[in-house]
Design a binder for this molecule. Structure first.
Ligand code: ATP
Ligand code: MG
Ligand code: MG
Ligand code: MG
Length: 462
């Protein structure tokens, strides 16, 4: 097995003979010596290798050792005189797998803009920032599973192809078979693309919630963690057409319970990532956003603020500044409002509850006032909404009315209604936008830079 550079630099002892593999990040030559930094993606710093001019074939190897080249290097670890690293490698043998022509290799030593790097989706993971992002993303994913598994939740796999628009927001991608002969035709003779899942309509899922509710009605506490799709034909820094969602669903749980779960869950993920990725988190704090570490500490040290939507509207109406979208009771909060509440009023995450029923999905539990629902959004500084959740409507008659009011066909929801007919229980859940969490944690401004392959109106290439 190959030794990883992170392990060598943390645990390797002077005198040890090692072999490492990776890509050249930088090269610097002085008289008779060349210093190269090799990175295999396991750490931010990589490892410094010293190549002595006495090495056989020094000149010809050196020619190929430019930024981007892939190499295997054997050598002896020595204590490093440089600061910031314990050990470095005195090379005794170097094999170049693949050179990278310095004339054309696009990632040169200078700092590139994130816009430019997005045009290089196949190479940008070799940069410090994207490398750190994807290591933190991995640590977040692992912490999420660990949290729910430790709490006895069952990980359920909900379908990607579905028949229902869970959110009712009309942001669905339809699924189309390209076998045109199999597709039904309209009376006018045109292919009917609305019936193309073997004669029925099918869509890419916008949320696994309804199916997660099915599973919670048997296993009590469950969660999903998978890709979801929304036809967001807008170019914001917080929306993707394909993003990952974490959706826990808890039976015998009300809205307060869901808020407690959401807060404990986010704190666990922050704590774990700070422990597991200190080097990467320091990097974000220095280079991307100088409030990243303070934000993380703030999350761990304080309880999230909990206010109702009506209270939020009152606070926004009293604000000593104007908003692009004026606030009045009944309209959904925009990102500028969410940021004002978290960044200026409370200076920490805020959970807003009890939104007007008219602006939330049909499945949320109606409050006694008949006007608001037991919804909750967790708002974070800078990113705005990272979690949307609610207590679900568990009363059959009320749910039937809500589906009809939303203009949805009752018959499509027969199984969802059955869950209220047979052994219904109060239950609640929420959906966390995984990329928004990674943005929040790393301070990255654009959601396109926290997912390896962003799907947006302008990109589906690689
Ligand atoms: P927004 O108001 O930001 O459009 P939403 O209210 O439409 O979000 P929900 O249906 O509540 O989103 O989805 C749950 C969570 O999924 C959101 O809180 C957010 O973190 C995330 N999310 C929603 N849409 C997107 C998207 N297009 N790209 C990335 N994450 C998203
Ligand atoms: Mg939306
Ligand atoms: Mg929203
Ligand atoms: Mg929402």
């Amino acid at each position: 097995m190959t030794q990883r550079i992170r392990d060598i630099s943390q645990q390797g002892q002077p005198g040890e003979v090692i072999t490492l593999q990776g890509w050249v990040r930088t090269r610097r030559s002085t008289k008779g010596l060349t210093f190269i930094n090799i990175n295999d993606g396991s750490s931010m710093a990589g490892l410094q290798v010293v190549v002595n001019a006495e090495l056989p074939d020094y000149e010809s190897i050196l020619k190929q050792l430019s930024t981007g080249a892939s190499v295997s290097i054997s050598g002896t670890l020595v204590e490093s005189p440089g600061k910031g690293q314990r050990v470095e490698v005195q090379a005794s043998q170097i094999t170049v797998f693949g050179a990278a022509d310095p004339e054309t290799y696009p990632l040169q030593k200078k700092r590139h803009s994130f816009e430019f790097l997005r045009t290089l989706g196949h190479l940008r993971s070799r940069t410090n920032t994207l490398g750190a992002v994807f290591r933190v993303r991995n640590a977040c994913a692992q912490a999420i599973h660990q949290f729910f598994q430790d709490q006895g939740f069952l990980w359920v796999h909900t379908p990607i192809l579905t028949a229902s628009d869970c959110e009712g927001a009309g942001e669905l991608f339809t699924v189309t078979s390209l076998d045109l002969e199999q597709l039904p035709h309209t009376q006018a003779g045109a292919v009917d693309f609305s019936q193309d899942f073997f004669g029925k309509p099918a869509y890419l899922t916008v949320s696994g919630q309804l199916e997660a509710e099915i599973m919670a009605m048997a296993f009590t506490n469950v969660y999903t963690f998978g890709p979801t799709f929304r036809a967001e034909n807008s170019n914001t820094s917080r929306h993707l057409a394909e993003f990952w969602m974490v959706e826990p669903e808890m039976a015998f749980c009300d809205l307060d319970g869901a808020m407690d779960w959401a807060e404990a869950f986010l704190k666990h993920v922050f704590r774990t990532v700070l422990e597991q990725c200190p080097e990467d988190m320091d990097f974000f704090n220095q280079r991307i956003d100088t409030s990243v570490l303070a934000t993380a500490e703030n999350i761990l040290a304080h309880e999230f603020e909990r206010i109702t939507y009506s209270e939020a509207v009152t606070l926004l109406a009293k604000a000593d500044r104007s908003f692009e979208f004026p606030v009045e009771w009944g309209v959904d909060l925009q990102s500028e409002h969410e940021r004002y509440l978290t960044e200026e009023v409370f200076k920490k995450p805020v959970i807003v509850t009890d939104y007007p029923a008219a602006i939330k999905a049909f499945y949320m539990r109606l409050n006694q006032d008949g006007n608001t629902v037991r919804a909750m959004d967790v708002l974070a500084p800078k990113v705005g909404e990272i979690i949307g959740g609610s207590q679900r409507e568990e009363r059959l008659e009320v749910l039937e009315r809500r589906i009809q009011t939303a203009g949805l066909p009752l018959e499509d929801y027969w199984w969802y209604l059955d869950l209220r007919r047979y052994g219904t229980v109060p239950h609640a859940g929420f959906g966390l936008g995984f990329e928004r969490l990674v943005q929040f944690m790393t301070g990255m401004a654009n959601i396109r830079d926290v997912i390896p392959f962003p799907r947006t109106p302008d990109n589906v290439e690689f």
